[in-house]
Design a protein around this ligand. Structure first.
Ligand code: MG
Length: 257
């Protein structure tokens, strides 16, 4: 099933829902615990899709594809490299990625995103799957020059709009061998299978949950393959994962108030 968050233009409120083909239905209750699914009778074009979840935290994994670690001249990691992105960075599909003037090299990183479904603490890889609610697509936007300059990645990965998520959460997805690609203005820059991950989803959940308790709605970005490249104003960035869908975002200029 595909879960969404959307803005109901008629009633001017944000709702949780589900989507089937081009039809949207409302969900009453909490999608992580108890909910009721209403009939999908609103045409998709009548709603604005938002990021499908409002995460309490976003955990990023660095260097999780061999070829990306190599292109950045990194040794292969022995344990997952963990960082955090702020929830304030989240935007939905269709929203603009803003280039901050302080960086001269902002890059896309198309990634598989895991949405946690229930409290996970010190979880074993063998049972990790049972803590997953579903999957969505993420773009771990990174100011590469600031990442090299700073001792931590909080700034390089933390700007507003640096975490596009969407378009929905797919609960039926199988993450062991899915094609992921990222294109800029329809020209392919990144393409790999999730089977090329150094640490699979279950190991990542086990490792992260040994550090911090994962809560329903938390998102884990599982790393990006090779081919990240610099964004320019006016670009359209599309990340697609077979079995989930497409996350598309334009790149826009910074505006002062
Ligand atoms: Mg990344």
């Amino acid at each position: 099933m595909r879960f969404i968050r959307f803005y109901d233009r008629k009633e001017s409120i944000i709702k949780t829902g589900w989507i089937h083909d081009q039809w949207v239905g409302e969900i009453q209750g909490d999608m992580f615990t108890e909910y009721r699914r209403l009939e999908a009778k609103t045409p998709l074009e009548n709603v604005k899709l938002l990021a499908p979840v409002k995460p309490g935290k976003i955990v990023g994994i660095g260097w999780n594809y061999v070829d990306h670690a190599k292109e950045l001249d990194r040794p292969l990691p022995e344990v997952p490299t963990v960082f955090l992105k702020p929830p304030s960075a989240v935007i939905g599909s269709g929203d603009g990625i803003v280039l901050p003037p302080v960086s001269a090299q902002v890059e896309h990183e198309g990634e598989l995103a895991v949405v946690i479904g229930r409290l996970a603490k010190n979880v074993l890889p063998e049972t990790a799957k049972t803590y997953i609610f579903g999957y969505t697509i993420g773009n771990d936007i990174t100011a590469r020059d600031l990442q090299r300059k700073d001792d931590t990645w909080a700034r390089a990965k933390g700007f507003d709009t640096f975490c596009p998520l969407g378009p929905w959460i797919e609960t039926e997805f199988e993450p062991s061998d899915a094609m992921l690609s990222c294109s800029v203005n329809s020209s392919i820059r990144q393409m790999a299978s999730t089977r090329d991950m150094i640490f699979p989803v279950t190991s990542i959940i086990a490792y992260v949950s040994s550090i911090m308790t994962l809560e329903p709605g938390d998102v884990i970005l599982t790393g990006t393959p090779a081919g990240t490249s610099k964004l320019e104003i006016g670009n359209s960035i599309e990340v697609s994962i077979d079995g989930i869908g497409r996350l598309v975002n334009p790149v826009v200029s910074y505006q002062t108030e």
